[in-house]
Design a protein around this ligand. Structure first.
Ligand SMILES: *[C@@H]1O[C@H](CO)[C@@H](O)[C@H](O)[C@H]1NC(C)=O
Ligand SMILES: *[C@@H]1O[C@H](CO)[C@@H](O)[C@H](O)[C@H]1NC(C)=O
Ligand SMILES: *[C@@H]1O[C@H](CO)[C@@H](O)[C@H](O)[C@H]1NC(C)=O
Ligand SMILES: *[C@@H]1O[C@H](CO)[C@@H](O)[C@H](O)[C@H]1NC(C)=O
Ligand SMILES: *[C@@H]1O[C@H](CO)[C@@H](O)[C@H](O)[C@H]1NC(C)=O
Length: 418
């Protein structure tokens, strides 16, 4: 019976995953579109959705601009975590906090990076009916005020607008942890690519972009040896720089976002509309990038940690501006090889794959996922392609099968079995 009770508890926990969907709730309000977009980008939306009793303090687009224009994505994520209260506050409760002031726990407290009162927000009932919000970090101002109620689902989720960001000085001034991009790339089997970005100076371009968000598509060493790869030593310096910049995006773009992006994607090499861009298609868990000249499968995730994501890809991405005569997908001076190469060019839709979520058995193992234990202490561990991609606590992924089964029928079946 104990086992049964645990099972039922688990099922309730799974059902709570779907208690609410903050992305959907906010999609009705264009004035909060920026806030909503950042919740998705930083994956805080997932954290909100798995929690049963929560209050989200939203900012309108102007107030968000204020925050995002001055700070890196990782700082924005930490700041927004202070706007997610792990308790239910509707307008009535806001105006009736005991003794007129309280400290409430925020999502930032659950990250393990919050010393002292840093993970708490001070809510104070000000004179004249106003309610003030501020970080509980000593010396913080109580200068954000309650504007209006946006949405309440009683005791589950409350969404309230406040006037300006709740800021904690030590979050704003935190140094972003320094990641050694070349070391990570070398470890993931992308030594050639690492050497090229160092020698061409493109590493500096990458590094200057990290704080604002950067996605790197690193071809593995096999990709550079594959037949059909043009002789890169024949490129001019400027062309090599463009080619390497073509292998990165100036945003934090997780695999999940690549899967849902239907438009063409600008790269760091993009200088004008439609120039040096990419498209992506997906099938199950597989994502394939298309340049107009060749295709390349995303074969592994070396690092996915806001604001930086590094993927390995199994072909060099050949932009049509350098290797194609026309914008048509017909391969021109860079013919794809007919003979099997160590890194086969994937087709976007493997024929029988519609039911298998991750048809990766037929492809070479990604070097990125082979040696997770041997990562250096200063570098984040290499993660497998399907791992939950961030280090924040609390995300519960329900198995796909359970997601699709109605809760009631499972409980009924269990009670019947006992
Ligand atoms: C609140 O969440 C609980 C548990 O997930 C759910 O059973 C209940 O229906 C929700 N309440 C509302 C009003 O949606
Ligand atoms: C939440 O809603 C958004 C937008 O409607 C949708 O794209 C997303 O898949 C939903 N998430 C979940 C977990 O249902
Ligand atoms: C909240 O901040 C106000 C103003 O700084 C302060 O007077 C009050 O004591 C704080 N509340 C708590 C519970 O610490
Ligand atoms: C990064 O790692 C490479 C070796 O992969 C090393 O040569 C370089 O000095 C490191 N850079 C920094 C800033 O530590
Ligand atoms: C992740 O993928 C590996 C195969 O690459 C598979 O063995 C494992 O079960 C997957 N894990 C999850 C949680 O889906």
């Amino acid at each position: 019976m104990a086992a049964l009770r645990i099972l039922i508890l688990c099922l309730f926990a799974i059902s709570a995953v779907y208690a609410h969907n903050i992305t959907e709730i906010l999609s009705d309000y264009p004035e909060y579109s920026q806030f909503n977009s950042y919740l998705s980008q930083t994956k805080l939306a997932d954290e909100i959705n798995v929690r049963q009793t929560i209050t989200v303090l939203v900012l309108n687009n102007a107030a968000m601009d204020d925050l995002t224009s001055k700070h890196s994505l990782s700082v924005v994520k930490n700041e927004l975590s202070l706007h997610i209260l792990l308790d239910y506050y509707d307008p009535k409760k806001l105006h009736s906090v005991s003794k007129g002031t309280t400290l409430t726990t925020t999502l930032y407290q659950t990250t393990g990076n919050a010393p002292g009162n840093l993970g708490f927000v001070n809510i104070t009932d000000l004179k004249g009916g106003a309610v003030g919000f501020g970080s509980a970090e000593p010396g913080s101002k109580l200068d954000s005020t309650y504007v209006k109620s946006v949405k309440q689902i009683p005791y589950n989720i409350s969404v309230l607008e406040i006037s300006k960001p709740i800021t904690a000085q030590s979050i704003l001034t935190a140094k972003s942890s320094n990641v050694n991009v070349t070391a990570l790339l070398e470890k993931a089997g992308c030594k050639t690519f690492a050497a090229l970005i160092v020698s061409s100076g493109v590493l500096k371009v990458y590094e200057s972009q990290i704080d604002k968000g950067l996605t790197i598509f690193a071809p593995n060493d096999e990709a550079f040896k594959a037949k059909g790869v043009p002789d890169l030593s024949k490129l001019s310096n400027a062309e090599l720089v463009s080619l390497l910049q073509y292998h990165a995006l100036n945003s934090y773009t997780s695999k999940g976002s690549l899967k849902t992006t239907k438009d063409s994607i600008s790269t760091l090499a993009t200088s004008g509309a439609g120039k040096y861009d990419l498209t992506a298609t997906s099938s199950g868990d597989e994502v394939v990038l298309h340049t107009g000249v060749d295709d390349s499968r995303i074969s592994g995730v070396v690092l996915d940690s806001t604001p930086l994501v590094i993927f390995t890809v199994d072909n060099v991405l050949l932009p049509k501006e350098l290797f194609g005569k026309s914008p048509s997908p017909a391969p021109a001076p860079a013919p794809e090889s007919e003979t099997p190469s160590p890194a086969p060019i994937s087709t976007p839709i493997p024929a029988p794959a519609s039911e298998a979520p991750a048809p990766i058995t037929s492809s070479p193992p990604s070097p990125a996922t082979e040696t997770p234990e041997s990562s250096p202490a200063d570098a984040p561990a290499v993660k497998s392609e399907n791992s939950s991609s961030d280090n924040t606590a609390g995300v519960v992924e329900a198995p796909a099968l359970l997601k699709s089964l109605p809760l009631v029928s499972i409980v009924t079946a269990l009670v019947f079995l006992s």
